[in-house]
Design a protein around this ligand. Structure first.
Ligand code: SF4
Length: 308
């Protein structure tokens, strides 16, 4: 019997997104995924940065933190390390996660901290009224590029794969059923999970975006080997279509477990108290006696450079 239902994860705040925004589909998927996972709301933290999609923690009745621009991942990592039993989800847009927050993405991936990062990718800065973002593609016209964009767009999947993210998937906010399944699998995966969810900005990219994406999407089938880096690269480099599903999944040591192991080792072999540390330091012959400075002077003399 289910203890928690979708209703338990809805907060009293009404989303202020534009009618038809893709982010509604992702929010719905998160409600359903959390209900499916049967996670007590008080054991879940959703952290975000700034942007339209970063408002999402306010709409879910778990713990949440709508923080500062680009900092969803540092906050999510801090929460996970301080409270390892908490389920931690970081949320944000393409601008938040790949521009100002771009430096945090590879580091979180390479550490393999057990959290899920959901990037709602709409290829634009929506909240600030339609400037180009790192994933704005082709010759798209935006408020700041009225004659089109000539930068090559960033591919967040490639970034995740390059830095060894142990779970990578892609979904579409217009396909809630598949997005729910991706979120459930990502949260269950031990280690860093990254999901790129295509989530149209109907106001600044266009109302036709759902149809444009629907024309291009295909589901990954059994011929795709999720454990193969080569297969994952193929998906990242595909043109003329957008494959959805779990792109890559691997088992790697989780950061928190390695940290625990190192703490246990340090306790076994290292000084376990301040006195022990002091003794260890004195034995090494580098200590100085307060008040006299004698030992410190000796140590300093030991390192004095020879006169030429
Ligand atoms: Fe959604 Fe775009 Fe409106 Fe922001 S500006 S709420 S991304 S439709």
């Amino acid at each position: 019997m289910s203890t928690f239902t979708v209703k338990d994860f809805k907060s009293d705040l009404k989303p202020v997104w534009c009618p038809g925004c893709g982010d509604f589909g992702v929010l719905n998927s998160i409600y359903q995924a959390l209900a499916q996972l049967q996670l007590p709301p008080e054991e879940v933290v959703i952290a975000s940065g700034i942007g339209c999609s970063s408002r999402l923690p306010g709409y879910v009745s778990t713990y949440g933190f709508n923080s500062i621009h680009g900092r969803a991942l540092p906050i999510a990592q801090g929460v996970k390390l301080a409270r390892p039993k908490t389920t931690v989800i970081a949320i944000g847009g393409d601008g938040d996660g790949l521009s100002i927050g771009g430096g945090h993405f590879p580091h979180t991936a390479r550490r393999n901290i057990d959290l899920t990062y959901i990037m709602l990718d709409n290829g634009i800065y929506g909240m600030t009224k339609g400037q180009l973002s790192p994933t704005t593609g082709g010759d798209q016209q935006t408020k700041t590029t009225p004659y089109g964009v000539f930068d090559d767009p960033m591919n967040p999947l490639k970034l995740a794969l390059s830095y060894n993210a142990s779970f990578i998937g892609r979904g579409f906010s217009g396909n809630v059923k598949q997005t729910v399944d991706l979120i459930v699998r990502a949260v269950k995966h031990p280690g860093f999970s990254f999901l790129q969810i295509l989530s149209p900005c109907v106001t600044f990219v266009g109302r036709d975006q759902f149809d444009v994406i629907r024309e291009l999407i295909v589901d990954l089938d059994e011929s795709h080997d999720r454990s193969s880096v080569e297969h994952a690269w193929k998906v990242c480099n595909e043109a003329g279509k957008i494959s959805l599903g779990v792109i890559y999944e691997a088992s790697r040591p989780v950061y928190e477990h390695r940290l625990e192991e190192q703490r246990a080792t340090a306790k076994r072999v290292g000084p376990t108290s301040f006195d022990g540390l002091l003794k260890d330091y004195q034995v090494s012959g580098r200590a100085h006696s307060p008040g006299t400075g004698t030992d410190r002077d000796e140590a300093a003399r030991e390192y004095e450079p020879e006169s030429p």
